[in-house]
Design a protein around this ligand. Structure first.
Ligand SMILES: [Zn+2]
Length: 392
């Protein structure tokens, strides 16, 4: 057997029985382990780029192999420290529960100081600050000529924007006097904006991860459909694909975020709040009052449109049913018997009818009688005839 012991960086390593790795291999392995410093922020943010880690128990391939080599050796004089994992987990759990209970008690106390007027003023102020920024950007664009340089009413536009700017400035000033320090404004649950940002970041991270997976799956499915449909391309499919690709691109471009990069009032990052819809995917926050009112209005309009469509469809269907009813031929009896018909003929024919039309009824008529299907059967026949006509 080769050397059983070696010293690396003042540590004596002893070869475990059965180990065949060399000292040089151990040295290289220790260097690899020391070198491994993954960017956990990035790994948590874009887990799809690090699937290799899952295959090696959370390590990259080289480090995982280095760990196998190191495990063939032990440090001299070191006793294996026994870790009671269950006890450690129970301690962690108890600590988390204590901390959470303390937080909840603090929030419950803080919630009593909730001031709705100040809370709402903060949201209105944030919205007006965004509108002010937008107006200022447009104004700067008109002034330096980067925006609509040949606009026929350039001066009028500038005057209009200046007026708008003055309006936003004064409303922001008025609201910020009411709000004071916006970071101290509690919500109903007693949460401060900074606390909400931390929670919103977690939600956003998981939502983004799920959405990226879903979008990729749907895009792959659309690609298959587009390919299968051949040429000319189905414009509906390609339009849907480019919309999804745009949304995916917006999500993938977002770098790892910190709590301060988040909106405190919804689960979206601040960089997605703004007026650049495409390709930046920005919009106003759903918590902002003017935007909330617009969305409510748009939603109600949409609902009304759906209701009107449904009503029109219902009326059209009713009309079609009426029209086809008028076109139906008059109902006919299943059989007609004249006077003096032989009893045996009647019995034979009735037996045959009875078999096919169990509820059939007799109706007398001058000089004989008729056999009719039951009312239920007649109605069903009529319904089927109408359906066949309406669907044709
Ligand atoms: Zn928001």
């Amino acid at each position: 057997m080769a050397i059983e012991e070696c010293v690396i960086d003042d540590v004596t390593w002893v070869r475990k029985p059965g180990t065949t790795t060399t000292i040089d291999e151990l040295r290289a392995a220790l260097e690899q382990i020391a070198r491994w410093s993954p960017d956990w922020d990035l790994i948590h943010w874009n887990p799809w780029d690090f699937e290799e880690l899952d295959e090696h128990h959370g390590f990259d391939k080289a480090t995982w192999e280095a760990l196998q080599i190191r495990d063939g050796w032990r440090k001299k004089g070191q006793r294996r420290r026994r870790i009671d994992i269950e006890a450690e987990m129970a301690r962690d759990k108890a600590r988390h529960e204590r901390e959470w209970a303390a937080k909840e008690a603090r929030w419950a106390k803080a919630a009593k100081r909730y001031d709705q007027e100040r809370h709402d003023a903060r949201l209105a102020m944030l919205e007006d600050q965004m509108s002010l920024r937008r107006t200022e950007e447009e104004l700067a664009g008109f002034r330096d000529g980067s925006r609509f340089p040949r606009h026929p009413h350039r001066d009028e536009e500038i005057a209009k924007l200046e007026k708008e700017r003055a309006r936003w400035l004064s409303s922001v000033a008025e609201l910020s006097a009411k709000v004071g320090d916006p970071e101290t404004v509690l919500d109903k649950r007693g949460h401060l904006p900074a606390e909400r940002r931390a929670m919103n970041l977690l939600t956003f991270r998981f939502d983004r991860e799920r959405e990226v997976k879903e979008l990729r799956a749907e895009i792959a499915q659309l690609d298959d459909q587009i390919k299968a449909a051949g040429k000319p391309r189905d414009s509906k499919l390609t339009a849907r694909r480019s919309y999804l690709a745009m949304r995916l691109d917006v999500l993938l471009r977002i770098p790892p975020l910190k709590p301060e990069d988040m909106c405190a009032d919804c689960t979206r990052p601040l960089l997605l709040h703004g007026w650049r819809l495409s390709p930046d995917g920005q919009d106003y926050c759903i918590a902002w009052p003017r935007n909330r009112a617009h969305r409510k209005e748009a939603y109600e309009m949409f609902q009304e449109m759906v209701r009107q469509n449904q009503e029109r469809e219902k009326r059209e269907k009713e009309r079609a049913v009426e029209a086809s009813k008028a076109k139906l031929p008059a109902p006919q009896p299943l059989a007609t018997f004249g006077p003096n018909v032989a009893a045996s003929t009647v019995m034979r024919k009735l037996a045959a009818i009875q078999e096919k039309h169990p509820g059939a009824k007799l109706k007398s008529r001058t000089n004989g009688f008729e056999v009719w299907p039951s009312a239920k059967e007649q109605a069903a026949t009529e319904r089927a005839a109408i359906r066949a006509q309406v669907e044709r």
